[in-house]
Design a protein around this ligand. Sequence first.
Ligand code: FES
Ligand code: FES
Length: 132
Amino acid sequence: MYSEKVMDHFMNPRNVGEIENASGVGTVGNAKCGDIMKVYLQIEDGIIKDAKFKTFGCGAAVATSSMATELVIGKTIEEALKITNKSVAEALDGLPPVKMHCSLLAEESLHAALWDYAKKNNITIEGLKEPV
Ligand code: FES
Ligand code: FES
């Protein structure tokens, strides 16, 4: 049912934890299942230097959080905004269709953390919508 990459990121998730004094923190809940994901971003000079996460959720949610943090580290804010749940799922060699909603948490928590960063710094990030 799950690709080897999903299993790997579930069994050995990368970047689990918190960042003290993070530039931006985003917490989102999945309306479909109640699972929760929290993402911390360290941003310097417009580059995402570090990302960590805590996920209270299913295996697919853990694997997508792990992959999303790997994808976002080293990216500019603009590039980070282009990370979608589909691109995270693709990077994991796919998710079972019933588990696609889990990957939405990764996209939404990244966006929420960027929103928090923008708010703290009084800036506007073009194309970023306020998290619901
Ligand atoms: Fe069962 Fe998320 S609903 S782990
Ligand atoms: Fe809740 Fe996967 S079942 S995020």
